[in-house]
Design a protein. Sequence first.
Lengths: 92, 301
Amino acid sequence: MKEILENIRLFFVGALDMQGKAHGHIENEASDTMDQFMLLCFGDLLGIDLPTTYYALELLPYLGEDLVKWNMRMSDKKSIWEEKAGKLDIDP
Amino acid sequence: MGKIIFFGGKGGVGKTSCSTAFALSKARSGLKTLLVSTDPAHSISDLFHCQIEHKITQLEANLFGVEVNPERESNAYITKIRKNLHSIMSPIIMEELNKQLDAASVSPGTHESALFDKMIEIIIDTSKDFDYIVFDTAPTGHTLRLLSLPEMLGAWMDSLIAKRKKTLTFKSMLSKDKGIKDPIIEILSKRRNNLTLARKIMIDGENLQFIFVLNAEKMPIEETKKAVKMLRSYGIKVTSLVVNKILPNENSDDFWKDKKVKETRYLKIIEEEIPVDNLYQIPLFKFDMDEYTINEMAEYF
Ligand SMILES: Nc1ncnc2c1ncn2[C@@H]1O[C@H](COP(=O)(O)OP(=O)(O)O)[C@@H](O)[C@H]1O
Ligand SMILES: [Mg+2]
């Protein structure tokens, strides 16, 4: 139990800290913010045990397209890594 | 503010019976009491010979009852979400989201959360009007985590609201439409406020108590001990234990005599290892709970 709680806490801390400083373009930052938002809502799709999933369901009608895009990108981890790597190259 | 009592314990130990008897006893001592039954199979309607259902119904001078069906609550929630989905145009996305909702609607976690949500609603709506609000079950699993760490849920919502605002800012930077009301922020803020309010009533007001029901046997004692310890480590009060279904003292049969000796030993262990303010001991009655037995049981509280 303790361990699970700790993991969740770390997850939240991680999600909050993911906003690094090195962002160049608004589009990138916007999509990063959106990614974090989605991860907080629907992390259980990726196997992260979240006690808040029930509350997130209510947001589905207003997130539809973004969620599906996000889910597709997340299931294709390779593209995510490429995307992040690409960003590291451009950003100062 | 009324006291909020959750009855915890494994299925079948006697939570519904004991919480009903407890509520009866409080009501008869002059305290205005609301009994919330969450068990569709063992409804308090049967015990009180009336149709209680989902409206608060008066049962006695000071006793009121309401029934909550977790499955119905979660179905209503999911149905409402499905209705709102209509604004989404793309059929592919609709299908994807419906799949998501199908999965959620059969998940036990969803029923649990729906029940928790309803509990919070009842607490917010009625805690001013009653001296006692008694639930015949207690949050477990995910919902217990939410209850014991409400700040976690708060952080989750705050973080979502902040990120949503940021996303909206970016969007309005990229496009021209500004200052639209955002349903996501509205939903999250409403939830945030409700939970803050419930937390205020339950935790800050120190009105929340768990009462555990158990039988005098080895495994239940171990489990209860763990549960009590955990709740206390989160600052949630466990004031009472109910040891239910205690065997009669006089037993002619050797089998029952032997059982009784063991039971006495376990009772002593309970007393020593799980210290509480009140340790209620309820005998095993000859009959299942009915309108007569429940009155008999109420005498013990
Ligand atoms: N002290 C008791 N003596 C006899 N039968 C009991 C006693 N307490 C509970 N029961 C019976 O045990 C069964 C389970 O009780 P219930 O209160 O529904 O448990 P729970 O709500 O924990 O699942 C019911 O049939 C009830 O009538
Ligand atoms: Mg029950």
